[in-house]
Design a binder for this molecule. Sequence first.
Ligand code: PLP
Length: 374
Amino acid sequence: MIAAIPFIDLQAQRRRLGEPLNQAILAAVASGQWVMGPQVRELEEKLAAFAGVKHCIACANGTDALMIVLRAWDIGPGDAVFVPTFTFAASAEVVALVGATPVFVDVLEDTFNMDPQSLEAAILMTKRAGRLRPRVVMPVDLFGQPADYRAIEPIAAREGLRLLCDTAQAFGGTHEGRRTGGIGDAAATSFFPAKPLGCYGDGGATLTNDDTLAELLRSIQVHGQGSDKYENVRIGVNSRLDTIQAAILLEKLKIFPDEIEKRDAVAQRYSQKLGQSNKVRVPRVVAGARSTWAQYTIQVPDRSKVQAALKAQGIPTAIYYPIPLSQQKGYREYPAAPTHTSEKLCASVISLPMHPYLDDALIDRIAAGVLAAV
Ligand SMILES: Cc1ncc(COP(=O)(O)O)c(C=O)c1O
């Protein structure tokens, strides 16, 4: 029997982090400051410095992070937020949750990220229909790679739209010298365990250079508090990062730059092996960008055959995403630009095991399995 290999090997990372991680967790527990302990502020400062941004505000998860920014900008009924249709549900969910309308945009076939031309079409369609006010563009840095900000930023600026970057999958990636988190009017990220920088539960953060927005974000996430805990100046939510998770993230942040390098090396090796076949389309990283490789996703003609063949060899795979969000039952009523590329991707993408501790022999075995199956 062939031993199953993990899709993401978080235990290998845990072994590397070793005793200092255990001590950090124990110290967070022993301190008794389980909520808003000093590790939370320390983490916020370190993440802000890492991303090259003025403010980082930790919160309970990436979904809340997105939603809190939308609330801070007073996005609500009658407002349009442009979101890719090829993404995780949370990107559009938060728009609907604040009462606004997600307007779905197609993605590019080679990078999986928001297609600037489709964004233009969606904005035009919304303006012509005249029912909604275009307010926000929310590019998603899918699978670890920053979206095409060189093209998207000027569109947002020209149209007077705010840019909220959903970098839940790509914190730490770079685009023309800027790190994700520091791009856009605001960014939101997730520390869900499977993310490139993940904790041991749920966690997230908002990031911005805007002082006024930062103050609002801090207020909204703690029940709309004013200068005092029991002064409530607006309607907020309860969304805090636990001290214990901040302590874990502080340890993980120390090895994060090295892990990004290692992920990149894994991706390069996959692409080198798989790129030899004209039946496999490997992911493209645009010039000037660096991916954190949350996923390594290829496109193949007969996906179910490839998936079954790999499974028989103990190699797990995943389909991100099987249905464009605009075609999911919960989202069908919302407007969408034509989504042909996303539909095509949903039928052909397959993600292979990806983490910093995949060794060359294993990468070669997985690649050989894919090549044999296609
Ligand atoms: C693109 C994207 N946006 C938002 C989220 C939401 O993050 P969380 O699971 O921390 O709420 C996720 C992750 O799950 C994601 O992949």
